[in-house]
Ligand binder design. Structure first.
Ligand code: ADP
Ligand code: MG
Length: 683
């Protein structure tokens, strides 16, 4: 039976050898061939004249043959065939190397379409190794030619032919996926026409229409798949319905500040989820310093008042301890018991915390990965928060929520991305965005300088410290590395403590120190017993010391945009004007571009968008392990406009016809079914 999932061996001219080559390209079935899209195209459809054609580039011309062939043999093994021609603008030669067999194929006085690279030898114009066809028949030469990704033993020509004959023989087997309704609404061409034209476009416009349709289809299906997955889990997952909490208002009223509008909005979204008997799965994204911690604290408060235990996980011990301390002060006047669970606790201490957690004597636990170890058991864990979620893998977050019985889940990230992309990347989560900073924050001034400016930078730090401020100085590595010319943090510390800032209090912090030492240093910096903290990137996330207003980053070219932005986010947290100084050693294009972006924007959304643009979506999204299928033609960044439309339509379909009933939706339903099966295999 003819079937799209038949092997490529069914196609004429594809034997065991070629099918082996195709397999290396991931092509096994006829359908795979259809969906093996060209990497790019060569446009031969613009005819030009000899005079206007650019030397060194390929051009299509219409020429008349003037005389018979000349063959020159300048050396053994080299034979040059030349045939004189003219076009409307001048005279030239068609030239072939070692392909004398063309000599009798072109007839004097006849017109031909030719395509080849234009060359100039003195006064003579040449078209090198041209493809040609006689004028009169169908124009097959002046087309847009597909260029495929290839593998050894398979030429572009061969692959084109295989795809062309598979399309001729089997295109009628392809079913339409998009409902007519949608195709009409957006004037999308049918699938058969789209597939034909994506491989062998009849014109530029036809290619554009084919791409548009296929990109739309791919993004619609991706978004629908994600939405369906979400509704499925939401239907399945019964969750906790937390009772309303009348004390919450008082709790928030007791804060030294009032919440921003954005914080209020996000908190009410969380509250609404908590009040429902469904499991909450919510991501809060907000730029560094936007005030996510207090949102977590307020929701935890409600969960605890409702009679449940709550837990919050942070990626570093420093950050866990910081949260723990702010919780102590926030919850001090309530009868709420909060404990810290981190790897560095003494065995005895740990045991007693584990026991009290199990027995429900502890209401809130804040910790690191230590929280997800096997031995940690809860009495009735109802609410879990993961802070700086981009630092955790999907598995770790899952393990965390499995400590309770379908607890409500809140994840927080300071790497905000545009909503359209968040809908894809976090398709299984509901998203809240804190898009406003607390009032009174002054824009951080950012300067990228080269190492010759270090003395001036130090003078500047000196002045700020004399005025009572504090500074971070960050270096990328812990120990000196011989191969790389990086400042080791210890060398830097020595230099600052004993030479540059002999009169100030300088501390050192790095990942290899004992946890208790780290805590001591961090504590001292917080309490302003230190003026300067020399550190590695262990302070990258979360750390909050409002009096610190200078962030100096050595070897800034070593960091990506997201990381630079996180580091910079350690300052600008109080009322003081803050500064970020990037010491950049590199003149590479990408480093310069990053420095430029950092200097021109402090908005995390803008920066992540630029980051995405610079790195490309593949690498950007690669940081998150998920089971999303590969995109074959769409590009989440480039095709943002189509993505927006596809997302809106996917949502409409979910709202109006979640089961994809009706004949018009049959193709879509079938395709999604396949998709879910594929995803299950991947996961
Ligand atoms: P992040 O979103 O980076 O985790 P934090 O929660 O650490 O930010 O908050 C940054 C700082 O802003 C903290 O010192 C916090 O107390 C303060 N803060 C939070 N919300 C407000 C607000 N509405 N008004 C003033 N300051 C706030
Ligand atoms: Mg934070």
């Amino acid at each position: 039976m003819d079937n799209l999932s038949n092997s490529v061996r069914y196609i004429k001219g594809v034997g065991p050898k070629k099918s082996g080559h195709l397999k290396r390209l991931g092509i096994k079935t006829i359908k795979d061939l259809f969906y093996y899209f060209p990497r790019e195209y060569e446009d031969r459809s613009n005819y030009t004249t000899l005079r206007e054609a650019a030397v060194g580039e390929k051009a299509s011309l219409e020429v008349e043959i003037l005389a018979g062939p000349q063959i020159i043999k300048p050396r053994r093994n080299l034979s040059i065939l030349k045939i004189p021609f003219r076009d409307e603008s001048g005279h030239g030669y068609l030239v072939w190397f070692n392909q004398d067999y063309h000599k009798d194929k072109l007839i004097i006085g006849e017109s031909y379409r030719v395509n080849g690279k234009i060359n100039r030898m003195g006064m003579e114009y040449q078209v090198m190794n041209p493809a040609y066809e006689r004028v009169g028949g169908e124009d097959r030469l002046g087309r847009i030619i597909p260029i495929y990704g290839l593998t050894q033993g398979l030429s572009n020509n061969e692959l084109s032919k295989i795809i062309s004959s598979s399309i001729k023989a089997y295109i009628d087997l392809v079913d339409e996926v998009l409902p007519n309704e949608l195709r009409r609404k957006y004037r999308l061409i049918g699938i058969k026409e789209a597939l034909k034209n994506i491989h062998f476009p009849s014109s530029k416009e036809a290619l554009h229409q084919a791409r548009r349709r296929l990109i739309f289809e791919e993004l619609l299906i991706l978004q629908l798949g994600l939405l369906l997955m979400k509704t499925k889990t939401q239907l399945e997952e019964e969750g906790i319905e937390f009772p309303a909490c009348s004390d919450l208002e008082g709790f928030i009223g007791g804060l030294p500040f009032s919440l921003t509008g954005a914080q209020k909005k996000v908190l009410s979204e969380i509250e609404e989820d908590m009040g429902k008997a469904k499991q909450m799965n919510r991501l809060v994204q907000g730029d560094v310093g936007s005030g996510k911690t207090i949102i977590a604290a307020a929701s935890i408060f409600r969960a605890v008042r409702g009679g449940y235990q709550a837990a919050m996980m942070a990626p570093t011990e420093i950050l866990a301890r910081q949260h723990y301390e702010s919780f102590l002060s926030l919850f001090g006047r309530y009868n709420i018991r909060c404990e810290l669970l981190v790897g560095s606790l003494s065995q005895k201490n740990k045991e007693s915390i584990l026991e009290d957690l199990r027995e429900g004597k502890i209401d809130i636990v804040v910790g690191t990965h230590a929280l997800i170890q096997d031995r940690v058991e809860f009495y009735n864990l109802g609410f879990v928060v993961t802070d700086e979620q981009h630092r955790f893998g999907v598995k770790q977050r899952e393990l965390f929520s499995m400590k309770g019985k379908r607890p409500d889940i809140l994840v927080m990230t300071a790497t905000p991305i545009p909503r359209t992309l968040a809908l894809i990347l976090y398709g299984d989560l509901d998203i809240s965005t804190i898009d406003e900073l607390p009032p009174g924050r002054k824009e951080i001034e950012t300067y990228a300088v080269n190492p010759s400016m270090v003395d001036r930078v130090n003078a500047f730090i000196d002045k700020q410290i004399s005025e009572g401020r504090q500074a971070y100085i960050v270096s990328p590595l812990i120990e000196e590395s011989e191969s790389l010319d990086l400042k080791s943090v210890e060398e830097l510390y020595d230099n600052y403590k004993n030479k540059v800032f002999k009169n100030h209090r300088v501390g050192l912090l790095h990942g290899k120190m004992k946890a208790s030492e780290k805590d001591e240093i961090m504590e001292a910096f917080k309490n302003h017993e230190l003026d300067i903290l020399i550190s590695t990137t262990v302070i990258e996330v979360g750390v909050d010391v409002p009096n610190a207003n200078i962030m100096v980053i050595y070897d800034a070219e070593r960091f990506g945009l997201a990381q630079l932005h996180q580091l910079r986010g350690r300052v600008g947290r109080g009322d003081y004007q803050s500064y970020c100084i990037l010491i950049n050693n590199s003149r590479s294009k990408i480093a310069m571009e990053r420095m430029r972006i950092m200097q021109s924007s402090t908005d995390g959304f803008v920066i992540s968008e630029k980051d995405l643009e610079l790195r490309g979506p593949g690498e950007f999204f690669g940081t998150r392990q998920h089971g999303l299928p590969d995109l074959k033609i769409a590009n989440l960044f480039r095709d943002l406009n189509i993505l927006k439309v596809a997302q809106a339509e996917a949502q409409l379909i979910i709202d109006n016809n979640p089961r994809l009933d009706g004949q018009d939706y049959e193709g879509l339903a079938k395709r999604l079914d396949e998709l879910f099966r594929e995803v299950e295999i991947i996961n």
